[in-house]
Design a binder for this molecule. Structure first.
Ligand SMILES: Cc1ncc(COP(=O)(O)O)c(C=O)c1O
Length: 448
């Protein structure tokens, strides 16, 4: 029954609160597995050199919160908690045979990567680089890239960004780890996340010792009214194109979200992961542009270029400073800076937008022709769509049947924290049009 608990000093917090925090963090991080029996309060109190009452009260609080359970005979144990969903697409073993049709969401057309222009941008950037720049640089990112991003995000997304507010990262996952640590240091304990949503956002929150609180999403995006009772100090949203439902946050909800943040002194983190791609609706500007001191803006090159680029960015409120960890390779940053500043990114976006629209249209037509009784949603923007299956349809069986037929895709359950109606999430950007039609025809077999 040894239990490794270290009561770290925590600015003014009581012993009991510190003990609760330690045990909560150990449970969230998986160091204390469900079912583990905790030491009797007397034993732990002696081990920690605190009074028994401190441990008794901490255990009681954690039982009330559902982290712990109590058995007869006064044994205390770690309760089973609903697991955060694993990262659906990434969960596939590397050795699995390549699918015949790959509808997994989250990947742009990898064959469209602008190799020549990228190589040229990198070569020019390196060619003109003085030797002194090959040492350690600014942890916030290369000044050239921060300038280029500030200008690009300002004109294309309405982001209020001066270069000194921009922080270059190794992508959104790494960015969120930095953001969550900074929020925790400011006293935030709970962070609201969209449900369904992108699992790494909730997972990174738990890894940083924050409690992710699921908030439902409907056709108008995040249910902002459901935020108030949660006591969250921050919320992470995808307002331009909710992941994975595809909903756009309705104008009245955008206003209500910022009102909530101001009234409760909370922070909004805006994940603008694929907003460049929109097909038949007017662009929706970034929330950050309305409240730059309340909103942390996060973007990434993973959808516009390719995940392999491994670069992302944050635009931060002036009052927020991040730790120095997690900078990105300078030569890649300089290549991207040049790629943006010379107009190559805009050219690439124009080309890929046309291509993705055609693929989106092919998916719409194929679903209408092949999947009667299903309904497609979230199609106005982005790189994926949601196919709502007929009521009573078994989503898990459909996904398993599809995979057996060589069709890779995710069920909406892969992104949910709480169960909901059956649906599939189909990425179309990386699938050529003829394969979309054939793949959906095969999918009809999986459904049947
Ligand atoms: C909702 C969402 N945000 C952000 C990203 C980009 O993450 P990264 O920059 O770490 O590739 C993705 C990629 O799938 C995503 O689905």
């Amino acid at each position: 029954l040894d239990l490794l608990v270290e009561l770290r000093p925590a600015g003014g917090a009581t012993l009991r609160a510190r003990l609760e925090d330690e045990i909560r963090a150990a449970i969230r991080a998986g160091r204390l597995a469900p079912g583990t029996t905790l030491p009797p309060s007397r034993v732990l109190a002696t081990q920690l050199g605190v009074s028994r009452g401190v441990v008794v009260e901490a255990y009681a609080q954690l039982v009330a919160e559902g982290y712990l359970g109590a058995r007869r005979g006064s044994q205390t144990f770690v309760a089973a908690r609903p697991a955060l969903p694993a990262e659906a697409s990434a969960a596939r073993p590397a050795s699995a045979p390549a699918p015949r049709y790959d509808f997994r969401p989250g990947v742009p057309d990898l064959s469209a990567f602008p190799r020549r222009a990228w190589l040229a941008a990198g070569a020019r950037a390196l060619g003109g680089l003085p030797d002194t720049r090959l040492g350690y640089g600014d942890v916030r990112g290369a000044p050239e890239l921060r300038e280029a991003l500030a200008a690009y995000l300002g004109r294309s997304r309405g982001v209020v960004a001066a270069a000194d507010r921009v922080r270059v990262t190794g992508g959104t996952r790494q960015a969120m780890a930095l953001v969550y640590r900074a929020l925790r240091a400011r006293g935030v304990r709970r962070v609201a996340v969209e449900d369904p949503g992108w699992a790494p956002l909730a997972r990174a929150a738990a890894d940083a010792g924050l409690e992710p609180m699921p908030v439902p999403v409907d056709d108008d995006g995040l249910d902002v009214a459901a935020l108030a009772p949660l006591g969250a100090g921050a919320v992470v949203v995808t307002p331009a194109h909710q992941f994975p439902s595809g909903a756009v946050l309705a104008p009245e909800r955008r206003a209500a979200l910022l009102d909530w943040a101001c009234a409760s002194d909370a922070i909004v983190v805006e994940d603008d992961y694929d907003a460049e791609y929109r097909y038949d609706r007017a662009p929706v500007g970034a929330l950050q542009g309305i409240a730059p001191d309340r909103v942390i803006y996060a973007g990434s090159a993973s959808k516009t270029l390719a995940p392999a680029v491994g670069l992302g960015w944050l635009v931060l409120p002036r009052w927020l400073a991040l730790e120095s960890g997690g900078s990105a390779p300078l030569l890649d940053q300089l290549a991207l800076a040049r790629f943006i500043a010379t107009g190559e990114l805009d050219r690439h976006l124009r080309r890929t937008r046309r291509r993705y629209r055609r693929r989106r249209d092919a998916l719409l037509a194929a679903v209408a022709a092949e999947l009667s009784g299903s309904e497609i949603a979230g199609i106005a923007a982005g790189l994926h769509a949601v196919v709502r299956l007929p009521a009573g349809c078994d989503e898990a069986a459909t996904v398993a049947n599809a995979r057996a037929l060589g069709i890779a895709l995710d069920g909406l359950a892969d992104f949910r924290l709480t169960p909901g109606p059956p649906a599939l999430v189909l990425g179309y950007a990386n699938v050529p049009e003829p394969s979309i039609a054939r793949g959906v025809a095969e999918l009809a077999r999986a459904l049947a």
